[in-house]
Write a protein that binds this ligand. Structure first.
Ligand SMILES: [Zn+2]
Length: 81
């Protein structure tokens, strides 16, 4: 059965877009999630491409992205003397 690449393995959103296709037609595609930025190749193992098998430790909730700190943090601007 063909794999289903309609759901992001990391955040569960239905916002995957194909960003690159293999030079050999039909070998693989690269998907990018426009919600969380997760990117993977369709030929990677199930634990990277299947939402059911993706390590729960590394899953994120789309609503939490708004609360994520900027990394690295931008320090306050220096005042001119
Ligand atoms: Zn995602």
């Amino acid at each position: 059965m063909a794999k289903d690449f309609s759901v992001c393995p990391r955040c569960g959103s239905h916002t995957l877009k194909i960003v690159f296709k293999s030079p050999v037609k039909g070998a693989w595609e690269v998907y990018n999630c426009t919600t969380c930025g997760f990117t993977f190749r369709s030929s990677e193992p199930d634990y990277m491409t299947d939402p059911e098998k993706f390590d729960p430790t590394f899953k994120i909730k789309p609503e939490d992205l708004q609360k994520a700190p900027m990394m690295p943090a931008i320090p306050p601007l220096r005042k001119r003397q």
